[in-house]
Write a protein that binds this ligand. Structure first.
Ligand SMILES: NC(=O)c1ccc[n+]([C@@H]2O[C@H](COP(=O)([O-])OP(=O)(O)OC[C@H]3O[C@@H](n4cnc5c(N)ncnc54)[C@H](O)[C@@H]3O)[C@@H](O)[C@H]2O)c1
Length: 159
């Protein structure tokens, strides 16, 4: 009987850890806010302020050319003496974009944002950008998973 309980909870705990990017996008939404690469930094910042987001995908047609974030603005405009109304995002965006796939797990994403020191992960499916996950999305999900894990461990201990 003890073995049964161990196996049952082991399986439950594995399930908690296995949430995928696909599942997360289903609850968050798979929209992507993007700008063309010749957009000025100023106009990109206006969109980011209006949408209350910290980064935009930079798209040339359907091709993901880069990602432009508040951090790029802080480091590459203000500190380098550029002006936001005359600088296109393509000049300062991060062009080596780290992306994830629909079957990656939340844990994979947390490892990436931590190890690569990034805050946004575009999601690629069949070569197209189908969503974007932020550090906030991933932290929120990780906390929810951990709360579920604690609840399951508590009921395991009490059983
Ligand atoms: N309560 C929630 O559900 C929730 C979710 C995410 C973030 N937050 C909070 O918002 C604050 C800022 O969040 P952040 O630093 O994670 O990043 P952020 O401000 O860039 O992202 C906020 C939300 O917008 C989405 N988003 C960002 N850029 C996008 C884009 N280009 N296209 C489509 N969606 C985009 C993100 O996925 C996230 O859901 C934090 O305080 C965080 O805790 C809350």
């Amino acid at each position: 009987m003890t073995v049964f309980y161990h196996q049952k909870y082991h399986n439950d705990l594995r399930e908690i850890k296995m949430k995928t990017v696909h599942q997360l996008l289903q609850s968050k939404g798979s929209y992507v806010i993007s700008v063309p690469s010749d957009t000025t930094v100023y106009d990109a910042l206006l969109i980011m302020a209006e949408k209350q987001i910290g980064a935009v995908a930079v798209m040339d047609g359907e091709h993901l050319a880069g990602i432009f974030s508040e951090r790029d603005y802080a480091r590459e405009v203000v500190l380098k003496g550029r002006t936001s109304k005359t600088t296109p995002v393509k000049d300062i965006m991060s062009s080596k974009v780290i992306t994830v796939a629909l079957d990656n797990t939340v844990e994979d994403c947390m490892n990436l944002i931590t190890n690569k020191r990034i805050r946004h992960l575009p999601v690629l499916h069949n070569g197209k950008v189908t969503g974007i996950l932020s550090i906030g999305d991933l932290v929120k999900e990780t906390i929810a998973e951990q709360q579920l894990l604690i609840q399951q461990l508590e009921s395991y201990i009490q059983s």
